[in-house]
Write a protein that binds this ligand. Structure first.
Ligand code: HSE
Length: 312
């Protein structure tokens, strides 16, 4: 083997999927936390998960059942690599939190592996490999955590087989407040409860909100963002899974948030607000969760277009 690097590490940020109105297609990265993967080339033609450390340790170490391991298998198979890959994961994202932990592990793994390949892949190829990993965790192919974790910032992805990825500008004054209540919610479970059809009036409303939201981002129109920031399809179905959801949301809006919704499949909630309201919004959400017996972690961050990257 004459590859330049035999081992590399990469960091991939957490992410908020759906962003209220873009179920399975829109997400933004949260660089304050993330997962780290170290990938080493090995002579055995196999993918091995050597260690999993950090805030989550009891994940499957069988490669096919591990999101990052599965992503590396997809990469090996597609590229017909003559060598194997050994993976170590350092988890920074809590399990079943709705912050895109499975996606970040898969993304960090393929970005690290890419750095040891003799001929690196494009980002779009890495996206497809990571998607295979994400499917292990959620039981479905969706990209709204994978794409922002890989590319960074607010990211729209159109298409699954041939995904088109668009990084969308976010008004500079906007801050994201992320509040993670200490409970688990499985993505599979939160997807399984969703109805298979949408009423026409909800379809129209949701479509208008998604279009308004994207337009508001491109035109720096804060009022349009506020008006469009409402999920009338998915959120009402999932609200009951998160204790105090409606009260926390109401508290965030009363404190000045432009909008507040479920991060991915939950239980983490997120709000967007102007920087001047960020402290009050965060306090309101944390206090309201505590009224429902839930302690929480929180992060306040601008939405930066900084995705996964090699760190060693
Ligand atoms: N869009 C997905 C969902 C994100 O809401 O089910 C879960 O990771």
């Amino acid at each position: 083997m004459n590859e330049p690097h035999k081992v590399a590490s990469a960091f991939a940020p957490a992410s908020v999927g759906n962003v209220a109105i873009g179920f399975d297609i829109l997400g933004f990265s949260v660089g304050a936390i993330g997962d780290r993967a170290t990938v080493r080339m090995i002579p055995e033609p196999d993918v091995r998960v050597k260690a999993i450390r950090g805030v989550v340790a009891d994940l499957p170490t069988e490669a096919a059942k591990n999101t990052a391991g599965r992503a590396l298998q997809a990469m090996r198979e597609a590229l017909a690599l003559p060598f194997g890959l050994e993976l170590e994961l350092d988890k920074g994202i809590p399990l079943a939190s709705g912050l895109g932990g499975s996606a970040a592990s898969a993304v960090a793994a393929v970005v690290a592996a890419n750095a040891v390949l003799p001929q690196p892949c494009s980002k779009l190829e890495l996206l497809k490999f990571a998607m295979q990993g994400e499917a292990v965790a959620s039981g479905s192919l969706h990209v709204d955590n994978i794409a922002p974790s890989l590319y960074g910032g607010l990211v729209l992805t159109v298409g699954i087989d041939q995904p088109r990825v668009k990084q969308i500008p976010v008004p500079a004054a906007v801050r994201a407040v992320i509040v993670h209540p200490h409970m688990f919610l499985s993505t599979r479970q939160a997807r399984a409860i969703l109805k298979g059809s949408v009423e026409m009036k909800d379809f129209v409303w949701q479509t208008a909100n998604l279009a308004g939201f994207i337009s508001g981002c491109y035109t720096d129109d804060i009022d349009l963002l506020r008006e469009s920031f409402e999920d009338v399809v998915i959120e009402p179905q999932r609200a009951a899974l998160i204790p105090g959801f409606r009260e926390v949301r109401r508290a965030a809006i009363s404190a000045g948030a432009l909008g507040c919704s479920i991060s991915g499949a939950g239980p983490t909630l997120f709000a967007w607000c102007l920087e001047s309201h960020a402290l009050a919004v965060r306090e309101a959400m944390v206090v309201e969760f505590s009224h429902h017996g839930l302690a929480s972690d929180h992060w306040t961050t601008p939405i930066e277009a900084l995705g996964a990257r090699v760190i060693d």
